[in-house]
Unconditional design. Structure first.
Length: 297
């Protein structure tokens, strides 16, 4: 705790999500130390008063709560347990809050390593995209021991509109992967309904209006449906990132022999999108894959 009563916070991974999230922590008055692999991305936060460290270990030496927001499981492993990683300088009582979307099992493994040093991990992946990150309205799904979660809570509150403690370490990632099953499988339904409406002579815009307030209503239908019809395939959330998350879903499902046929199907259809160069488009470009299945070339 600093003399102002604020937590000393660290933040690692200043990408699309991490940059605005770290900004909210700083704006709430917490002394902030940041690290980013590409140092140039620290400039904006440094101008606003953040300290820039040379490595994750440099962050760990200064902070009691350390947020990580990097890409995939091996990246979090590197930041925590790699050379110059957090484990090299973590303080007893410190809490690492991993907000990346990664494998639940990796979070459990890293928590065990941190506990050997008297620290702990909270996994806290998010939903809400770059807009949620900018507006501090993220839905945060957390897993971890209660004391560690409570220590992290004031920091999570600077970034999120909804914070749910889902259970022990790894539970936040499980909830996030459920979120990804729901959004991707629902999106496939939306794409099929649009193609079916068009093939059967109904204006798809009218179809959306007719059904969206009833039992078939969804965020995917009301937000991505019109974007598909307007030919807007710019990313809110990229196909490549969704494929990473569906890979995590299917790998975790494999560990418990859970059969998830709809998730496997939508993952294969997104693979076709990637094969057609749509990996950096928004997930709504799944509609192009469905169109290719429905319409002659
Ligand atoms: P991004 O813009 O690509 O940023 C990734 C960040 O991680 C960058 O700062 C990158 O550093 C850093 N990084 C990656 N690998 C690293 C490594 N091995 N060591 C050190 N730093 C590393 O990605 P993002 O969109 O912010 O996403 C971050 C996480 O949030 C992902 O797990 C993603 O699935 C999840 N998420 C994203 C969204 C979204 O809408 N974008 C929504 C919900 C959840 P450099 O600057 O050096 O590349």
């Amino acid at each position: 705790m600093s003399s102002s009563g604020k937590l000393r916070v660290g933040f690692i991974g200043l990408g699309i999500m991490g940059q605005p999230m770290a900004g909210h922590i700083l704006a709430a008055g917490h002394p902030l130390t940041v690290f980013n692999r590409t140092r140039a991305r620290t400039a904006g936060l440094a101008e606003r008063g953040a300290t820039v460290a040379d490595s994750p270990a440099g962050v760990a030496a200064r902070a009691e709560v350390i947020v990580t927001m990097v890409t995939d499981s091996p990246d979090v492993e590197q930041v925590v347990a790699g050379a110059d990683g957090l484990l090299e300088a973590i303080r007893p009582g410190a809490v690492v809050v991993d907000m990346s979307t990664i494998a639940p099992e990796v979070e459990r493994r890293l928590d065990a390593r941190l506990r050997e040093r008297g620290a702990a991990l909270v996994d806290a992946p998010v939903s809400g995209g770059d807009v949620g990150a900018r507006n501090a309205t993220l839905a945060i799904m957390a897993g971890g021991e209660t004391a560690a979660f409570e220590k992290a809570r004031p920091i999570l509150e600077t970034m999120g509109a909804s914070i749910t403690h889902c259970g022990p370490v790894g539970s936040g990632q499980v909830a996030k992967l459920c979120n990804q099953i729901l959004v991707s499988v629902t999106l496939l339904g939306v794409c099929e309904a649009l193609a079916f409406a068009r093939a059967n002579g109904i204006d798809p815009k009218t179809m959306i209006r007719a059904v969206e307030k009833g039992a078939a209503g969804s965020w995917q239908l009301s937000n991505l449906g019109p974007r598909i019809l307007n030919g807007d395939f710019d990313p809110g959330f990229m196909v490549d990132l969704m494929q990473k998350d569906l890979r995590l879903v299917l790998e975790a499902a494999g560990l418990t022999h859970a059969a998830l046929p709809a998730s496997a199907l939508v993952q294969q259809l997104f693979a076709s999108a990637q094969a057609h160069g749509q990996g950096r488009e928004g997930t709504q470009s799944l509609a192009k894959v469905v169109d290719r299945l429905c319409r002659p070339a």
